[in-house]
Design a protein around this ligand. Structure first.
Ligand code: NAD
Length: 460
């Protein structure tokens, strides 16, 4: 970023800083009008987005439609329907003086920086923006540089909807983000990897800026003996191939009793065939490719490392170097010390680990970083409750995968290594608000018993 560009970014930031006092005072009706304007503009950007995401990551148009566009429209609808209620202050008598009144008022945080990832680049830049606008903030968006065509679409789209003092976009990569992170934002909403999350949090600490960190990690799948294996296999394979497995809450690895592993792998293979093959021939068009060469090589490295340490390829293992695509690949007998069991996979490779008893599997998960998502396939309530109660994760879906992220009324976020803070629905509104307590004192006589001078009081 040259000096002129840096000055331009700082100018936008100062413009937003000056404007935010006005933005904070906007009514529910004004905020709903702003969000409705965004929703109404979505159909016009859809085709450009489909084209950009096809170029950036080979994302099928259908996935763009339901994830990037419909997902955002649903979040806007839900916000607009409830915003007036969310904005209301909580009022009640004080617990220390029933004649005094308490108000707890959600107040905008101020100027918010939204840093987006590349994997769902439109939705994950704009959904936090919707929450921030609902709460009365101004927003600077930094989309991911790894999806440059989509970043350009966002850069051109936002000024057609918002004035720059309300929402603006700064494009760029590490250098530009580093510059942005030096500015004293009132809040930073970051979606990305745990490693960069640490960089963001360290930078935020210099200004004591609050942060929301939506990170990733290894999301395990527990399957027990009572599970419906066909249903489990279909759900897991489907969620593993969305976006080419490049989803923060994609099933990362499977934990299963050894005696049902073979039957389960057979079901997984049938599911992969149904979803992505035509008469046994891979039809790659319905699955995004790996985002770039670096990640493609990284995934190949994970695969080769596991195989060299003794893992067996149950099926898949075909790498299409010309298009950076990997056919859904299931690995069994995977050594726990292989790299594929140490880092977030973020691609269509699926290792399977067996366990003898459920407690052993729970203990294994608890040794690692707290997952963003955790999945359980079982018909036994006791087993389900044992896993839910003894593990910690951002969220859980039972007998399916990922569905908790699609319900716009529940909090979505990680815990420690997988993130902090949550959003979606009212949780996003609150995350982007400061809850300000206002104490309206009663006209009861002043309680002077606690006032100095204390000498005389201590003697009494
Ligand atoms: P990333 O951390 O590499 O990049 C995210 C953003 O940070 C980008 O805008 C990038 O420009 C910026 N960035 C990268 N390096 C930086 C640095 N050194 N200093 C400052 N900024 C920097 O993540 P990604 O590859 O775009 O996304 C994949 C990761 O995001 C995965 O770990 C995935 O699980 C996670 N993710 C989480 C969620 C969620 O909602 N929790 C959603 C999507 C992705």
């Amino acid at each position: 970023m040259n000096t002129l560009e840096k000055v331009a970014v700082e100018d936008v930031f100062h413009q937003q800083q000056q404007h935010v006092a006005k933005q904070k005072l906007t009514t529910a009706r004004e905020r709903i009008a702003l969000l409705t304007k965004l929703k109404n503009a979505l159909p016009a950007v859809k085709d450009k987005l489909v084209e950009a995401l096809a170029k950036d990551v080979g994302k099928p148009a259908f996935e763009v439609g339901y994830m990037e566009i419909a997902g955002l429209a649903a979040a806007i609808d839900q916000t607009c329907a409830s915003l007036e209620t969310w904005m209301q202050s909580e009022t009640r008598p004080s617990a220390i003086d029933p004649k005094a009144n308490i108000e707890i008022r959600p107040e905008a945080r101020g100027v918010v920086l939204v840093i987006g990832p590349w994997n769902v680049p439109f939705l994950l830049a704009l959904e936090p923006t919707v929450a921030a606008l609902a709460a009365g903030n101004c927003v600077m968006i930094k989309p991911s540089e790894l999806t440059p065509h989509t970043s350009k679409v966002i850069k051109e789209f936002i000024p057609t909807v918002f004035a720059p003092e309300v929402v603006s976009v700064v494009e760029g990569g590490v250098e530009e983000t580093t510059t942005l992170l030096q500015l004293p934002f009132d809040h930073i909403f970051f979606t990305g990897s745990p490693n960069v999350g640490k960089v963001v949090m360290a930078a935020a600490s210099k200004n004591l800026t609050t942060v929301t960190l939506e990170l990733g990690g290894k999301s395990p799948v527990f399957i027990d003996k009572s599970a419906d294996l066909k249903r489990a296999a279909t759900a897991i394979m489907h969620k593993k191939i969305i976006n080419g497995g490049q989803i923060c809450i994609a099933p990362d690895y499977i934990l299963i009793p050894e005696d049902i592993e073979y039957a389960f792998v057979a079901e997984l293979q049938k599911a992969a065939q149904r979803l992505l093959y035509n008469n046994g021939k891979f039809t790659g068009g319905d699955m995004s490719h790996v985002i770039n060469q670096r990640n493609y090589d990284r995934l190949k490295g994970l695969f080769n490392d596991a195989v060299s340490k003794g893992a067996k390829v149950a099926f898949g293992g075909t790498f299409h170097d010309d298009v950076n695509q990997i056919e859904p690949t299931v690995l069994i007998n995977v050594p726990l010390d292989s790299k594929i069991m140490q880092e977030e996979i973020f691609g269509p490779l699926l290792p399977i680990i067996h366990y003898k008893d459920l407690q052993e599997a729970i203990d294994y998960v608890n040794k690692g970083s707290k997952p963003l998502a955790l999945y359980i396939f079982s018909k036994e309530n006791k087993a389900i409750e044992q896993i839910v109660a003894q593990t910690t994760s951002g969220g859980v879906t039972v007998n399916e995968a990922m569905l908790h992220v699609f319900d716009p009324t529940v909090p979505f976020g990680g815990v420690n290594g997988s993130g902090m803070g949550a959003y979606h629905g009212i949780y996003g509104f609150r995350e982007l608000s400061h809850l300000k307590t206002i104490y309206y004192a009663s006209d009861a006589p002043l309680d002077e018993t606690l006032y100095p001078p204390f000498d005389k009081k201590q003697k009494n």
